[in-house]
Unconditional design. Structure first.
Lengths: 465, 408
């Protein structure tokens, strides 16, 4: 078995004991699998231990010129104009040809997919990309709900991406005020009882208020009651966006100005300040810290994440007032995070599987349609989780017989489509290093050379990460 | 890559599966199809209590007009009416093959979709840690081989557990080209892997059984229909609009393979917080294909329908009162639907608590007067002839009496 070259590196720069250490290839692989979406050709050969790669990843670097140029080459989108066009085409939907509307939706999906997948495949800032995936999923919106089709790319770019190494409170606030979330969970339409809107008398809608506590912050077992949901919905009346330019506004006419009691306290302040106060409380709540730490632990480490590492993240979250870089760093710097028992023990989600496969082959599609189709077929369409809880990460959510077979088939199809031959198989074994174990390597070596690349990508070992 | 069928049939199927009839000796097999409506469907619009004055009062823009008026309900029993978009199911009601249990639900009260769905699929209200689904527990004592089929892209919790390998995915529209050599090589690779060998084997067994069923099964509505060529059925779309096509394929495999006793159909899109609509609109637009799909299933099952029960269930109901945005929020009691030739239908069952504020759960939602487990246990007891001990395993902690909803 050909192993990647072990690289020596100095630890003093990290403030650790000054002795020469070589990172085992398995640890390098673990870092690429968890801090990123899996190794590309050459990544493992450069070596580096978990901590070294982690410290690099915690400080994102400027993107390589070629990637930046491809991202910049995308035409600028005037969101307000586009939404207006979408609304017009929607109104005409029954009477007219549906093709223009479908084309607009396809274009919007492909733009959002390109912004996400191009970076996942090529960005050296892999941890940032995994965190974008994590936080989008935590604050999930569903592409195919009405206006969300036009807004998802902007939501990711403005509400999620800028905050993944920032403060949780800022992230929470950006989400709360983005038209995609305001529309998806209906808060844009929620008003005080008796408000006279364009369509007649309006009133409360508690959809967002419930999920804000249940999914975005405290968690369902945190002890709040139905009355707290209703009161929070009243607090958030008036949080909406202007249809004209999609800017967040607080509309005092829609706001319920009567006193509110929430989680046993009178809500202080008036108007918009009440909502901001509630977001402050939620962002600092110990139940939120626990929930975020646990979810990060599940995402990066294991279905039942090591308790001490989760504890470290929880403490860091609370001590830093929700600094997400500090929280993630505390989780991943913890010795339990690089426990050899965790290595290769996660069953990749379909999205992780597909992205890791494309990375291993150094493939960047020019047309995203087949990739999006593949993700649909595996049950995890990009931006396609209908419900606000986002996709699960646990093995039990993704591992079933049919799913396993479909993944192996997909791998074989990719190998076929890009005509991976015998040389590509050798290259893949180099790229993936210890990801493809001894037993699989010798079994694959028994098979005819033209099948080997497909077998590596379809192998049981590559299902894990 | 589709594995070569001949290779699979010869190499990997237990002998018993090769002759399904061998397993079907004696009485005709009983089938149970569970339809999960994810997102909490508004049962007060499905089986609407139009005779209650507060129904229309509390729902000024979404209450359905009474029977006999334009866009009005289809009368069921003088008290309740069927949503007009469900007209395709009216003949089933008339034939006594459709019934509802109103004010049905869990004895616990979660208004979280995700918690409530998990608990519903586990069959253990209030207990989050149950690892398996109740339909999977039902398969545990049955013969080996694939016994259940599911329609979603991934296996639902309802079918997870010790017997999960006995559940297979309903084959979809798209089939990759065959590559027998690669298929056989993957078989060898997976056979030696301690983590995935059994799962891989289960996939191949399930696929072979499904493929065989699709090949031998006849469509009721026309020869020559190739269910694998249906372009609309498998786009991963969660909505009900795919159901008629899915129902045809489902019926075809059920008809062909007497070993298939259970099916799980999942449909999303019922969380109507805003602009729910009345006779027409969002909810009506989703109910119409659901009703057509269920009617299609009845028709396509042909003679099997007589021995089939379909239960349509959702995690909880929605608020009695319309909210401020023309929709409804998360509630409590709901209507559970029962269909099938084996059902004692034509009735709206369950004690009706009424919609008056004092009768409501926490003053806002339809109360629950029938534990959903009483209905499901009733199906298990009368339809599948499960004894008391088996019922206790099916719904641990449930001490109530199974409801008589199925012909004995």
């Amino acid at each position: 078995m050909k192993m990647p070259r072990r690289t020596l590196f100095w630890l003093p720069a990290l403030g650790l004991s000054p002795r020469i250490q070589a990172a085992p290839a398995t640890e390098t692989l673990h870092a690429w699998n968890r801090l990123g979406f899996g190794p590309r050709p050459g990544d493992l050969a450069r070596g580096g231990g978990w901590l070294e790669l982690l410290e690099q990843q915690l400080q994102p670097q400027p993107l390589p010129t070629a990637l930046q140029q491809r991202l910049d080459a995308r035409p600028a989108v005037n969101l307000a104009e586009r939404v207006e066009t979408f609304r017009r085409l929607q109104r005409q939907q029954r009477a007219a040809d549906e093709t223009p509307r479908r084309e607009l939706v396809r274009q919007a999906l492909h733009e959002a997919a390109e912004a996400r997948l191009l970076r996942a495949l090529q960005s050296p800032n892999q941890l940032e990309e995994r965190l974008v995936d994590f936080w989008f999923n935590h604050f999930n919106v569903f592409f195919d709900k009405g206006l969300c089709r036009m807004l998802v790319a902007d939501y990711e770019a403005r509400a999620i991406r800028p905050h993944v190494f920032g403060r949780f409170r800022d992230l929470l606030g950006a989400v709360a005020q983005h038209p995609a979330m305001l529309f998806y969970l209906d808060n844009a339409q929620s008003t005080r009882a008796g408000f006279q809107g364009a369509g007649g008398s309006r009133g409360l809608n508690e959809n967002y208020a419930r999920e804000l506590m249940e999914l975005h912050t405290l968690g369902v077992g945190a002890g709040y009651q139905q009355a707290d949901v209703t009161e929070l919905a009243r607090v958030l009346t008036g949080w909406t966006f202007r249809p004209r330019d999609l800017q967040f506004v607080f509309d005092p006419r829609r706001h319920d100005a009567e006193p509110k009691t929430w989680l046993g306290q009178a809500v202080p302040g008036r108007g918009r300040a009440q909502g901001e106060w509630v977001l402050d409380q939620l962002a600092r709540h110990p139940a939120t810290a626990q929930r975020i730490a646990f979810k990060l632990g599940q995402y990066f480490l294991a279905d039942a994440p090591p308790a001490a590492a989760v504890q470290a993240a929880r403490i860091a979250f609370l001590a830093s007032d929700g600094d997400l870089r500090a929280s993630v760093a505390a989780l991943l710097r913890h010795p339990e995070a690089r426990d050899p028992a965790l290595q290769g023990a996660q069953f990749k989600s379909p999205q992780r599987f597909v992205i890791s496969l494309l990375r291993a082959c150094a493939l960047t599609p020019s047309d995203w349609a087949p990739t999006l189709q593949a993700l649909r077929g595996l049950g995890q369409p990009l931006f396609g989780c209908v419900t606000p809880d986002g996709y699960k990460v646990e093995r039990s959510a993704w591992l079933d017989p049919e799913a396993l077979a479909r993944r192996a088939e997909l791998a074989a199809r990719v190998a076929q489509r890009v005509r991976l031959g015998a040389e590509a198989a050798e290259q893949l074994l180099d790229t993936l290093g210890p990801a493809i174990g001894r037993a699989a390597r010798s079994a694959i070596a028994q098979e005819p050379p033209p099948l080997r690349a497909a077998l590596i990508l379809g192998a049981p070992d590559f299902q894990n990460g | 890559m589709q594995l070569n069928r001949r290779h699979l049939l010869l190499a990997s199927l237990p002998a018993a599966l090769l002759s399904p009839r061998a397993r079907a000796a004696g009485a005709p097999p009983k089938r149970w199809v569970v339809v999960l409506l994810r997102g909490a469907i508004d049962g007060l619009s499905v089986c609407a209590p139009y005779a209650e004055p507060s129904y229309a009062q509390e729902r000024p823009s979404i209450a359905l007009p009474p029977p006999g008026t334009e866009g009005g309900l289809i009368d069921l029993d003088g008290r309740f009416g069927l949503h007009p978009a469900l007209g395709a199911m009216q003949p089933l009601w008339a034939a006594g093959q459709l019934g509802f249990v109103q004010a049905c639900g869990a004895p616990t009260s979660s208004r979280s979709h995700f918690e409530a769905q998990d608990e519903l699929e586990a069959g253990t209200p209030g207990i989050k840690t149950t690892p398996d689904g109740w339909l999977s527990r039902l398969m545990a004592d049955q013969a080996s081989g694939v016994q259940a089929v599911y329609t979603a892209a991934t296996r639902p919790k309802l079918l997870s557990g010790a017997a999960s390998a006995r559940a297979a995915a309903l084959p979809g529209a798209q089939r990759a080209p065959e590559r027998p050599a690669l298929g056989a090589a993957l078989d060898r690779l997976y056979a030696q892997d301690p983590r995935y060998a059994a799962t891989w084997q289960a996939a191949q067994t399930g696929r072979a059984q499904m493929a065989s069923a699709l090949e031998t099964g006849q469509s009721m509505s026309g020869a020559g229909m190739d269910p694998r060529a249906d372009p609309t059925a498998d786009r991963g779309a969660p909505g009900a609009n795919t159901l008629p096509a899915t129902a045809r394929r489902l019926a075809q495999v059920l008809r062909a393979d007497p070993g298939l006793r259970f099916a799980c159909v999942e449909l999303g899109g019922w969380d109507t917080h805003a602009r729910q609509g009345a006779a027409q609109g969002q909810l009506g637009g989703r109910l119409a294909p659901l009703g057509r799909g269920l009617a299609t299933l009845a028709q396509e099952l042909g003679p099997l329908w007589a021995d089939t029960v379909v239960t349509v269930i959702s995690e909880f109901g929605r608020t009695v009162a319309e909210n401020g945005t023309g929709g409804t929020d998360h509630g409590h009691g709901n209507a559970l639907w029962l269909l099938g030739g084996a059902v004692q239908g034509g009735r709206v069952l369950g004690e009706w608590p009424g919609l008056e504020p004092a009768a409501r759960f926490q003053g806002r939602d339809l109360a629950v007067s029938t534990d959903y487990r009483a209905v499901l246990a009733g199906v298990a007891a009368r339809h599948l002839r499960l004894g008391d001990a088996a019922l206790t395993q099916l719904f641990p902690g449930f001490g109530g009496r199974p409801l008589n909803v199925v012909r004995p």
